[in-house]
Ligand binder design. Sequence first.
Ligand SMILES: NC(=O)C1=CN([C@@H]2O[C@H](COP(=O)(O)OP(=O)(O)OC[C@H]3O[C@@H](n4cnc5c(N)ncnc54)[C@H](O)[C@@H]3O)[C@@H](O)[C@H]2O)C=CC1
Ligand SMILES: O=C(O)C(=O)Cc1ccc(O)cc1
Length: 308
Amino acid sequence: MTVQFDRITLIGIGLIGSSLAHDIKRLGLAKEVIVATRSAETLKRAEELKLGDHYTTSSAEAVKDADLVIVSVPVGASESVAKEIAGTLKSGAIVTDVGSTKASVIAQMQPHMPSHVHFIAGHPIAGTEKSGPDAGFPGLFQGRWCILTPLEGTDPTALKTLRSFWEALGSRVDEMDAQHHDKVLAIVSHLPHLIAYNIVGTADDLETVTESEVIKYSASGFRDFTRLAASDPTMWRDVCLHNRDAILEMLARFSEDLAYLQRAIRWGEGDKIFELFTRTRAIRRSIVQAGQDVDAPDFGRPHPLEKK
Ligand SMILES: NC(=O)C1=CN([C@@H]2O[C@H](COP(=O)(O)OP(=O)(O)OC[C@H]3O[C@@H](n4cnc5c(N)ncnc54)[C@H](O)[C@@H]3O)[C@@H](O)[C@H]2O)C=CC1
Ligand SMILES: O=C(O)C(=O)Cc1ccc(O)cc1
């Protein structure tokens, strides 16, 4: 099914909002794109980059007559956006989001949504450590998964339309309930970021190793962590606070497993260490085999970190 909307409104025009803007224009998915964001400075930059057709700092104004509204703000701002747009949404409009956590976003937005709109939360599993309107680029969502979290009673036609939108961007779409989404993402995305923030913080705190040595001798493994640890502080603070339970559960499991490894190292239990490392190597090989290794040169799309 090919989709074209008369009017798409993008609320929030950072990495994700601006990447959507590039692709909507490139692929002709809307006759008109309205860009709304809170800060006048960001809005001015979006206009300079020609990311839309109309620009406003009023989300309430921006959603008037929109068929599709995509909210791309830090998850902690979801409720204030929902309250702001509730009164001006057009009948039959689809309202969605891209937030990294889902149960909290649904809890913040759903109660404010009028019954004449279709609210379906979503999450593209695609991004980089960059933020702001200059960070976006066309093709970010190509070949990546997008998870939609329909609720009981979600209109199947609206769901199909939203699915077609993401498919038009080149994404593969899965449906999942919000609680399960939050558990899965806690381990595959939120924990890795926390580990990265923590290890880079630990290296920075060391008394016996200087900062210049950390920079000078950083091996590629450490450098990979510094990339994640450079991710937007507001966005990731909000993820931590809004997926609290799942993150705490995964952190507890992680700490137990780390203690096991620590003990094996202390007692010289090479077989235990070897068994774990063999098991984890197999996971990496399955990712590569499944074509999910986005760093591979043959992944077949612009590299997510292409825009330096
Ligand atoms: N960065 C990434 O790799 C990914 C991020 N996400 C999710 O996408 C959402 C947006 O993230 P990014 O685009 O990376 O962030 P960003 O920091 O690049 O952009 C956020 C935008 O939201 C605007 N904003 C903040 N509060 C607002 C409010 N109350 N009303 C209107 N606009 C407001 C900011 O001015 C900015 O334009 C977040 O919820 C994040 O969890 C999802 C997938 C990947
Ligand atoms: O930059 C990276 O490696 C990411 O992991 C990007 C990312 C960040 C947050 C998401 O919810 C989804 C993807």
